[in-house]
Design a protein around this ligand. Sequence first.
Ligand code: FES
Length: 155
Amino acid sequence: MEEIGRRDFFGLLAKGLGGLISTLLAVPLGGYLLSPVLRKAGEGGWVSLGRADKFAPGRPVRVEYSYEREDGWMKTKVSRYAFILRRPDGLVAFSPVCTHLGCSVGWNEEQKNFHCPCHGGVYDPEGKVLAGPPPKPLTQFDTKVEEGKLFIRVA
Ligand code: FES
């Protein structure tokens, strides 16, 4: 077995410690740099639409809301709206995005329907398709009421 000299020993020790310190620093730094990329883009959350008791039964009410969306390292303020309908069994929140090609629907108070201006899609107040090309009902948000406030889950 070959003996190593004191100078070689300290050289190896310095290299070993340098490698260990580099590894210890690289792991959290790599995690910090990669975490936004590995996180699902636009993971949503609950957004408050205000007091739940302000929604009277009868017709959907358009409500504006905004939230901050994270995509990688970018944060963007997103502004949207939803239609809230009070039914006997609780509040329902509809996305205004037409399920045909994504135009925004509007509420027609005279006909008591949602209308899509792009290709004539018509939905009833429950979001079900009545006419036109939309293949499925309006998307409903998950909802919850906490401390008297209505929340919808955004994507
Ligand atoms: S996008 Fe609404 S009917 Fe085509």
